[in-house]
Design a binder for this molecule. Structure first.
Ligand SMILES: [Zn+2]
Length: 349
């Protein structure tokens, strides 16, 4: 049986529509019929070859669908089960995996959609151990943007920054597809949430969301506005942009005992050796500050993110939906920073 798939023929190229044989699951693998697949800047890094893997490659890492076939030896799943999953190819047996930190797997083989074929297709084969069940009450379409865009913020809130009710939390790059969900997750944890954004169109949309506070990062000295918005006590600053300006400003705006969390950096800065985070030792010491990195989420955190959505605490924000064959247009919209909300690829049309 044939399927439609969007293929990256070589790194740096564009996605092309191909007809491919529907893959067969090997032992310990599962074939998933894809309904929806989220898209964000991670894909741009994969497209440029920054996250490893090889070409030709079907991209797409954040998927939701139903189980269509089981490889030999797979237990616990049935045909028709609604599933999403982790896009990391973790081993499941190293010390990090055993301690529930599979995003730090010592034997990580890379990402679905980079190292192995992904979900910009009508079907995808994934390791059975990667799957997470989608609970009743969460639409498959919405589930297509939860496994990364909601789960990554959830991991930050629960495991890294450990946000507690009443804290002042700022999100730099709040208008991005993941930042918008970080705002909601931080709110669900009870924080006073400050959105920081510099794009004029996104600022207009953020204003409509009735957030606790909004800082326009296009103005000079927005650090003072950020400090004022937090009433001098910014507890946590979460940076999705990762430029020298955002990291230095966010760090300088922290209050006593504050935490700076770096989530991402623009694709062009990934290999820029000058893009460092720096702070004077006495500044960190006197305020007892913490600087931390964070990466992705565990399957348990994906499951909890799905529950948050089902319980109405977080609303998946799909900013634009593209048919599978127009996935390249979706990537172009992401590159141009044109979409307010996560981009969704509808793999059923
Ligand atoms: Zn491992």
């Amino acid at each position: 049986m044939q399927m439609r798939a969007m293929v990256l023929e070589e790194f740096g190229g564009t996605l092309k529509l191909h007809s491919r044989q529907v893959p067969e699951p090997a032992p310990a693998e599962v074939l998933v019929q894809v309904v929806a697949c989220g898209a964000g800047l991670t894909l741009e890094s994969i497209r440029l070859g920054h996250l490893g893997g090889s070409t030709p490659r079907i991209m797409g890492h954040e998927y939701a669908g139903t189980v269509a076939a089981l490889g030999a030896g797979v237990e616990g799943w049935q045909i028709g089960d609604a599933v999403t999953g982790s896009f990391y190819l973790f081993c499941g047996s190293c010390t990090m995996c055993a301690s529930g930190r599979e995003m730090l797997c010592s034997n990580n083989k890379g990402n679905i959609g980079a190292r192995i074929d992904g979900a910009f297709a009508e079907y995808v084969v994934v390791p059975a151990r990667n799957l997470v069940r989608i609970p009743t009450g969460v639409a498959l379409r919405e589930a297509g943007i939860i496994a990364d865009a909601v789960a990554t913020p959830y991991h930050i809130a629960r495991e890294r920054a450990r946000i507690v009710a009443g804290q002042r939390v700022a999100v730099i790059g709040a208008g991005g597809g993941v930042g918008l969900h970080m705002l909601q997750v931080a709110k669900a944890f009870g924080a006073f949430v400050i959105a920081v954004e510099r794009d004029a169109a996104k600022l207009v949309r953020l204003r409509e969301m009735q957030l606790d506070a909004l800082v326009d990062a296009s103005v000079e000295n927005w650090q003072a506005d950020l400090v004022a918005a937090a009433e001098g006590q910014l507890d946590t600053c979460i940076d999705f942009v990762g430029t020298p300006l955002t990291t230095s400003t966010g760090l300088a705006a922290l209050g006593r005992g504050g935490t700076f969390v770096i989530v991402g950096t623009l694709p062009g800065l990934r290999s820029d050796k000058n893009a460092v985070i720096s702070a004077a030792p006495m500044y960190l010491i006197n305020k007892e500050l913490t600087i931390m990195g964070t990466r992705y989420a565990t399957r348990a955190e994906i499951a909890h993110s799905l529950q948050l959505v089902r319980d109405g605490k977080v609303k998946p924000m799909i900013g634009a939906s593209f048919p599978l064959a127009q996935a390249e247009d979706a990537l172009e919209a992401i590159r141009r920073n044109q979409v307010f909300g996560r981009v969704l690829i509808d793999c059923t049309v």
